[in-house]
Design a protein around this ligand. Structure first.
Ligand code: IPE
Ligand code: IPE
Ligand code: MG
Length: 243
C-alpha cells in the first residue's frame, strides 16, 4: 500500500454486486451467494478500517431490489438481522460506528429494532463510520431532501433563496460525511444502479469483474493503489495542481 496517507481515500463507497452469479456458477441457489457475500463484507469492513478509511458506505439493498423473488428478499432481510446480531459487538470493539441510510420504515419491526440497537451501541465510535445503504435509492435521497427543504420554506423557516448546495447536503442521508472519494463496483456491471447520485459527483470510479464473494484483500489493495495513482483535478488543469 502507498505510505502516503494523503492518498488514502477518506470515504469509500461500494456496490457489492455479484452474489447471485457467484452462487449460480456453483449450481447453488442465489441466496447461498448472499450468505457468502456477508463474509466478504466482514473482510472489507476490517480491511478498509485498518487502511485508515474513515467512512465506508456499502450498498446492501436498493429500493429496486424489492422487485426480486419473494424468497430472495426474505432471505436478505433475515441475513441483515442475523449479521447485525452476530457482528455488532465485534464492530463496536473495533471502534466502528454503524449508521443505516435509506428508508427503514419499509422493514419489519424486528429489523428496525435491531438497526436502532446497533446504531445506538456504536454511536460514539470514532475509528470508522460504516454507512449501510438499505432500501436506499439515490433519487429517493434527493427527493426526501427536497421535501424537507420545501417544508422549511412552507413554514417560513428559510426562504427559497437560502437553498444552497451547503444547505441541501445537510438534508441528504449522508449528512455530516464527506463525499465518497473512491467508488467501487464489483460484479462487472458499469453502472450506478441508483446508488449515491449527488454525493459521487467527483468520486474516482473503480470497476472490477470480480464477484462480491471473491472480492479479496488483494483486490481491496488494488482499489487503494488505483485510487492513489489517479490525479483528481476537480475541474482544474494538471499544471495548476503542480503549482
Ligand atoms: C448483490 O448481488 C447483492 C444485492 C443486490 C442484495 P446480486 O444479488 O445483485 O448478484 P448478481 O448481480 O445477481 O450476481
Ligand atoms: C445494486 O445491484 C444494488 C446492490 C448491490 C445492493 P443490483 O444487482 O440490484 O443492480 P442492477 O439491477 O444490476 O442494476
Ligand atoms: Mg446484481
Amino acid at each position: 500500500m502507498s505510505d502516503n496517507s494523503a492518498q488514502v481515500p477518506q470515504h469509500v463507497a461500494i456496490i457489492m454486486d455479484g452474489n447471485g452469479r457467484w452462487a449460480q456458477k456453483r449450481l447453488m441457489p442465489r441466496t447461498y451467494g448472499h450468505k457468502k457475500g456477508v463474509e466478504a463484507t466482514r473482510q472489507a469492513i476490517s480491511f478498509y478500517a485498518k487502511s485508515g478509511v474513515s467512512q465506508l458506505t456499502l450498498f446492501a439493498f436498493s429500493s429496486e431490489n424489492w422487485n426480486r423473488p419473494k424468497d430472495e428478499v426474505s432471505t436478505l432481510m433475515s441475513l441483515f438481522i442475523s449479521s447485525l446480531q452476530k457482528n455488532t459487538e465485534e464492530l463496536h470493539t473495533n471502534g466502528i460506528r454503524i449508521r443505516f441510510i435509506g428508508d427503514r420504515t419499509a422493514f419489519s419491526e424486528k429489523l428496525i429494532n435491531q438497526i436502532e440497537e446497533s446504531e445506538k451501541i456504536t454511536l460514539n465510535n470514532k475509528v470508522m463510520t460504516l454507512n449501510i445503504a438499505a432500501n436506499y435509492g439515490g433519487q429517493w435521497d434527493i427527493l426526501q431532501a427536497v421535501q424537507k427543504l420545501a417544508q422549511k420554506v412552507e413554514s417560513r423557516e428559510i426562504s427559497a433563496a437560502d437553498i444552497s448546495s451547503e444547505l441541501f447536503v445537510t438534508e441528504l442521508s449522508l449528512a455530516g460525511s464527506p463525499d465518497p472519494d473512491l467508488f467501487i463496483r464489483t460484479g462487472g456491471e458499469k453502472r450506478i444502479s441508483n446508488f449515491l447520485l449527488w454525493q459521487i459527483a467527483y468520486a474516482e470510479l473503480f470497476f472490477t469483474d470480480v464477484l462480491w464473494p471473491d472480492f479479496s484483500v488483494e483486490e481491496m489493495q488494488q482499489s487503494l493503489e488505483t485510487f492513489a495513482s489517479r490525479q483528481r483535478r476537480f475541474g482544474k488543469t494538471a499544471e495548476q495542481l503542480k503549482a
